[in-house]
Design a binder for this molecule. Structure first.
Ligand code: ADP
Ligand code: ZN
Ligand code: ZN
Length: 744
């Protein structure tokens, strides 16, 4: 049957829906075909809601019967808001992570664009004095405030932006009255951030040392085309200085720089350093930026009106008019991987983007991920090393302290206590690292063995003494601790093990003359608390800092000369194959915060596994020796980066439902493997998740492991559309994690 409306094309839209398909609509009435360019947004009816979709393609044909096909309501853009290059990146992302394109665009676009806000730089109101106004106008005789406002406007022949009225002490009500009288006029025009003029540097650069210079020159030589560089520089070796000088060269070449940093590093310290150095327009994109500011920054970057874009994970999706250089700082940081919805890895996507846009990318870290190191060893990235601390400080010394059969006193052994005492007496600071918040990881009844199990998870609740609670760190459940054992009624309930609260309490008793400062999520949640703590530390008096991995990032503590690591064993025992890598990165990062030229640091690691080969490598030969050892273990075990993983997770309210769904999924995968003749892929599972019940749901998982990416993706491309329709999936929440970074 011929199409009823041969001239009206079918619009195929990506909508914010988890379904991995496009949705067909008719064009809104009265919109000419020429206005329907791929990439423009349209408002459409979707179920009982209205949503904003992105036009992907036009078609002359739809599977949907003509009488069921709905019309789009409104065309929102005259031109596509998203440049083609970024649209291409989103397509790639959706395909690689096996995610719906519509939902991928939702993660990638600023929230206001998803809601239909115009994608043009903000129009701003400017106030002008009307031509030929006179300050002695009789209508102003008894209106001194209006007269003053008019006088101020008259001094600004180009008008005053509405935003600046407050700064100039102009009263808005007075302006409205003046407007009624025709004495002022308003003009709406585009707000333009100040154009760049003069030199790019607001502050002189430091002369680079030989290693820094070699690194910067290598990257500079690669400007103008794709190339990946791994800057492996010990903490304090001046990686940031290398970034800054490369950014200056990028600006001089008339290009923009995109800098990604981990969430936690986006403190004022880092930002100030960039802002102080450059006389340039910097766009910031991080979680504390409001929606309007985010859109403005995004538009400024897209339109070439921001020179430097700095942001956390999702800033990766900021369009750039003249891309010149991408930098990923602390590239090993786990916060680059999004753990919900679209499970992308911003570092990995940054590489894809650099290749697509044909620009160099610089990954920096003191403790590069094993993935990136392997890429460097395989010749895919150029490895640039900075081995010396820039300020002349020496590297800390590492000691393993065997605590087998030594009593631990709130987690602190006798020799560790002595070392802490000696350091304090010498007038120096101590950093005690324990990656466990709260007072104790569990509460135990000494009479019957009852433990404080979370009612919603297969996990123990942590004792938080300060807040007088038992708290589950997995689902957030909190309750008052019982005064008697819920099972046997006796009162001998004891906290077992030590968290930061307990270590803090014990250290206060052991060293009463010295301040003990705890730095973890609980102690720094109050606004300004962190700054206050750091202020105290910077003053330099002897004190003890106790904290979690928050201590590993961003800050430097030059007066710390002893780093006490209370527990390294978790990283060596864990079932998670990445645990040892994370432990090594944490130890090295924490250690790197300490010491300066005159007072080299010492790092003491308490462990029951003092002879563990990974720990021996790390402490005696350093991170790279550790990494080589760990890589050879991964290779032998067939683990990433030598194989590729995808994890299908499922959870449901009733036991067995998640596994039921995964069983069906597994059968389908087996069938496809045979049909597509894909050899080298293994299906591992389904198995219950390591923590089977979490927040009241039962969880299970199925792991796919392949020697190469391509066959794994061929399987997933065929598999996912089937999974969407499996009957077992109805009662189940499931998600696919391509390149998972943890297997929980
Ligand atoms: P990283 O980013 O590797 O941790 P930074 O760039 O923060 O290192 O540098 C550490 C310290 O050394 C900073 O105080 C920085 O000002 C200083 N620094 C960096 N490069 C030089 C240099 N070439 N000469 C002197 N000081 C330097
Ligand atoms: Zn009991
Ligand atoms: Zn819980």
């Amino acid at each position: 049957m011929p199409d009823a409306q041969p001239h009206s094309p079918i619009l195929r839209l990506a909508l914010p829906s988890p379904l991995r398909r496009l949705f067909d609509y008719r064009a809104p009435t009265g919109v000419p075909r020429g206005a329907l360019q791929p990439g423009v947004r349209l408002r459409v009816p979707f179920g009982r809601r209205e949503v904003v979709g992105v036009l992907v393609e036009l078609s002359d044909h739809s599977e949907v019967p003509a009488d069921k096909l709905k019309a789009a309501l409104e065309l929102l853009d005259q031109r596509p808001p998203l440049p083609a290059s970024l649209f291409k990146l989103c397509l790639w992302t959706a395909q690689y992570y096996q995610h719906s394109l519509g939902d991928t665009l939702s993660w990638a676009l600023p929230v206001l664009l998803r809601q239909g806000e115009p994608a043009e730089a903000r129009q701003e109101r400017f106030w002008h004095a009307a031509p030929d106004v006179r300050l002695d106008d009789p209508r102003l005789a008894r209106a001194p405030r209006q007269k003053q406002a008019l006088q101020t406007l008259a001094q600004h022949p180009h008008g005053v932006a509405h935003q600046l009225l407050g700064k100039l002490q102009i009263n808005k009500d007075s302006l409205d009255l003046l407007l009624e009288k025709g004495l002022v006029r308003v003009e709406v025009r585009r707000h333009r951030p100040a154009e760049h003029h003069g030199g790019w540097l607001a502050q002189p650069e430091l002369p680079l040392n030989a290693e820094q210079r070699a690194a910067a020159e290598a990257v500079h030589a690669g400007f103008g085309r794709f190339g990946a560089y791994l800057l492996a520089g010990v903490t304090g070796s001046g990686k940031t200085e290398v970034y800054l000088q490369l950014i200056r060269q990028t600006l001089e070449a008339g290009k923009q720089a995109l800098v990604l940093i981990p969430e936690i590093n986006l403190g004022p310290q880092t930002l100030e350093r960039f802002a102080r150095r450059f006389n340039a327009r910097i766009a910031l994109l991080h979680s504390n930026v409001n929606d309007r500011e985010r859109l403005d920054a995004w538009l400024a970057a897209r339109d070439g009106e921001a020179d430097i874009v700095i942001g956390t994970r999702s800033a990766l999706f900021t369009p750039l008019k003249h891309p010149g250089l991408i930098i990923v700082d602390e590239e090993h940081d786990a916060s680059y991987k999004q753990q919900e919805g679209l499970r992308y890895h911003a570092r990995d996507l940054a590489l894809v983007r650099a290749r697509q846009e044909d620009v160099p990318i610089l990954l920096g870290s003191a403790t590069p991920s094993l993935e990136s190191l392997q890429n460097a060893y395989a010749g895919r990235y150029a490895l640039l090393k900075l081995t010396q601390r820039a300020g002349g400080a020496r590297q800390p010394r590492f000691l393993r302290l065997d605590v087998k059969s030594r009593p631990l006193d709130s987690g602190i052994s006798g020799p560790m206590q002595q070392a802490i005492g000696q350091t304090l007496e010498a007038g120096q600071q101590v950093l005690v690292f324990l990656n466990r918040r709260g007072f104790a990881p569990t509460l135990l009844c000494h009479d019957c063995g009852w433990i404080s199990q979370c009612p919603r998870c297969d996990a123990r609740m942590t004792v938080h003494q300060r807040s007088g609670e038992l708290r589950c760190h997995h689902c957030g459940h909190a309750q008052r601790p019982p005064s008697n054992c819920p099972d046997c009624g006796k009162v001998d309930l004891r906290p077992i093990g030590a968290g930061t609260e307990r270590a803090e309490e014990r250290l206060r008793i052991l060293f009463p003359e010295y301040p003990v400062l705890r730095i973890d999520r609980d102690s720094t949640s109050r606004k300004g608390a962190m700054d206050q703590l750091f202020g105290t530390i910077q003053r330099g008096h002897p004190c003890i800092l106790v904290g979690t991995q928050m201590l590993a990032k961003g800050h430097h503590f030059p007066r710390v000369t002893l780093v006490a690591i209370l527990d390294a064993d978790g990283g060596l025992f864990s079932a998670d194959f990445r645990a040892s890598e994370r432990m090594a990165q944490l130890i090295v990062q924490v250690a790197g915060r300490a010491g300066r030229a005159e007072e080299p640091g010492k790092v003491i690691i308490q462990t029951h596994l003092a002879d563990h080969p990974l720990l021996v490598q790390l402490t005696e030969q350093g991170y790279f020796a550790f990494a080589e050892q760990a890589l050879s273990e991964r290779r032998a075990a067939g683990l990433p980066p030598f194989t590729h993983l995808a994890l299908l997770r499922a959870e449901a309210h009733k036991p067995g439902q998640a596994e039921g769904f995964l069983d069906e999924a597994c059968t389908e995968a087996d069938r496809l493997l045979a049909e597509l003749q894909l050899g080298s892929i293994e299906l591992l599972g389904p198995v219950p998740a390591p923590m089977e019940r979490r927040a009241g749901r039962y969880r299970a998982q199925l792991l796919l492991q392949g020697n190469a990416r391509a066959p794994l993706h061929r399987l997933m491309n065929a598999w996912l559309p089937i999974l969407e329709h499996l009957p077992g999936g109805r009662a189940v929440r499931w998600s696919l994690d391509v390149d998972p970074i943890d297997l929980f």
